[in-house]
Design a protein around this ligand. Structure first.
Ligand code: PLP
Length: 403
């Protein structure tokens, strides 16, 4: 369509395998008649396609890659391309769209360093690089923090690297910006769920797509332990997230969370906000105190909500997977749960989560506020200055688009 409109395209950026049929169109464009090709000559059309295409994979699960039986492919594509050639590029048994994209892209990357390694293990022999995701700083910074940044670093919205200096901001300004965002969230929680939460009690936030590998129920692995921790030092929890309409397990997890919230209503104030969208996400990543993430490694390709939280001084407590492997400095920018290579049953990670919450995170919040605020500032300056989309786009432009 773009070609028909006369747009001169130099580089095609394929995100996920869904776009891989594009490479076949380009192959046909560069095809020469067989009589022009000397025996043993390199495949120039493939070379031309690779020069123009780059491929970003966003999934670390083999089973999630689109694969189509060749019978279907043949029915849809007809003689668009010779099926033997397609099998050489896209896999013998079924057309694997990721493999097709890998074979015809001159630059391939994952969305975090850990994800690039995982992709390399699934597809050995390809050079998979890493361009770690980032979030758009002005979109995800709460107005209370935006005012603060604007006053000290007037260029922060276009050049978030300058947030590196946010560790110099005054403690009371950071804390009152945070309380303003938290007060706003308390209002939303009250309005949407009827739950009264307190401003002086820390809020743990967990919001993302509800699906099995994200393990929103890991926090409830041992309910009596969780209640005991809350009796010692109170905390509150807010959840949000929707499941894909066909993800039955995801929907069951939402029902399970509602059940836990009901059962524990006398012990721990908890709420589940419906209709999770970017507006609710913005209030959650700014108004909570602790941003919890408990995926099953290595299935979190990057994760981005924790980056949004960091821009607002909300501290990450996360399983070591995706972006957090690169961002966590223990006790400085946040906390790790487990070591990133724990057994899949989640028991040791739940254990680590409870231990850190009870012995490190909650005591710090209640007993050492200056150190907590110091960590908020470290999180803004070390994470906000780097895990932003401006840095990400610059890397795509200089390393992937112009080669
Ligand atoms: C940021 C965001 C996500 C992605 O969050 P992850 O941590 O990457 O899972 C999903 N949904 C909404 C509405 C968001 O704002």
């Amino acid at each position: 369509m773009l070609q028909a409109l006369g747009v001169n395209i130099r580089t095609y950026h394929l995100n996920e395998g869904h776009a891989a049929l594009l490479t076949l169109h380009l192959l046909r464009q560069f095809r020469r008649p067989p009589e022009d090709i000397a025996p043993g000559e390199p495949l120039y059309e493939q070379m031309h396609v690779r020069e123009r295409c780059l491929f970003t994979t966003h999934t670390p699960v083999e089973a999630a890659f689109d694969k189509f039986p060749y019978e279907l492919v043949q029915r849809v594509l007809g003689d668009y391309i010779e099926i033997e050639e397609l099998k050489r590029l896209g896999g013998r048994d079924r057309l694997n769209m990721t493999q097709l994209a890998l074979n015809l892209s001159g630059y391939v990357n994952g969305v975090s360093r850990r994800h690039a390694q995982t992709t390399n293990q699934i597809f050995p022999g390809y050079h998979v690089r890493a361009i770690t995701n980032g979030v758009h700083a002005p979109t995800w910074t709460h107005p209370s923090f935006a005012r603060l940044y604007q006053a000290s670093f007037p260029h922060w919205a276009h050049e978030p690297e300058v947030l590196a200096r946010a560790d110099q901001l005054p403690d009371d300004a950071i804390w009152s910006a945070h309380q303003e965002a938290k007060r706003e969230l308390l209002g939303l929680i009250k309005k949407q769920s009827g739950v009264d939460m307190l401003i002086d009690v820390p809020i743990i936030g967990f919001a993302r797509r509800m699906t099995e590998y994200k393990r929103p129920d890991l926090l409830f692995t041992d309910i009596s332990r969780l209640s005991a921790i809350a009796r010692e030092r109170p905390f509150q929890v807010v959840f949000a997230g929707m499941a894909h309409p066909r993800d039955e397990q995801g929907k069951r997890l939402i029902a399970l969370l509602h059940e836990h919230i009901r059962q524990l209503s006398n012990a721990i104030p908890m709420a589940f906000l419906p209709n999770y969208d970017m507006g609710i996400a913005a209030m959650l990543v700014a108004g909570t105190d602790i941003w919890l993430n408990t995926p099953l490694p290595p299935l979190e390709a990057s994760g981005t909500s924790g980056m949004k939280a960091a821009l607002n001084g909300v501290l990450n407590m996360s399983v070591l997977d995706g972006w957090w492997v690169e961002a966590n400095i223990e006790g400085v920018t946040g906390w790790a749960i487990g070591n990133g290579h724990d057994p899949a049953d989640g028991v040791s990670q739940a254990e680590d989560l409870y231990r850190k919450l009870a012995q490190i995170v909650l005591p710090l919040y209640y007993d050492n506020r200056p150190r907590w605020i110091w960590m908020m500032k470290q999180s803004i300056s070390k994470i906000g200055s780097y895990f932003n989309s401006q840095r990400m786009m610059r890397r795509y432009a200089t390393e992937a688009y112009v080669r």
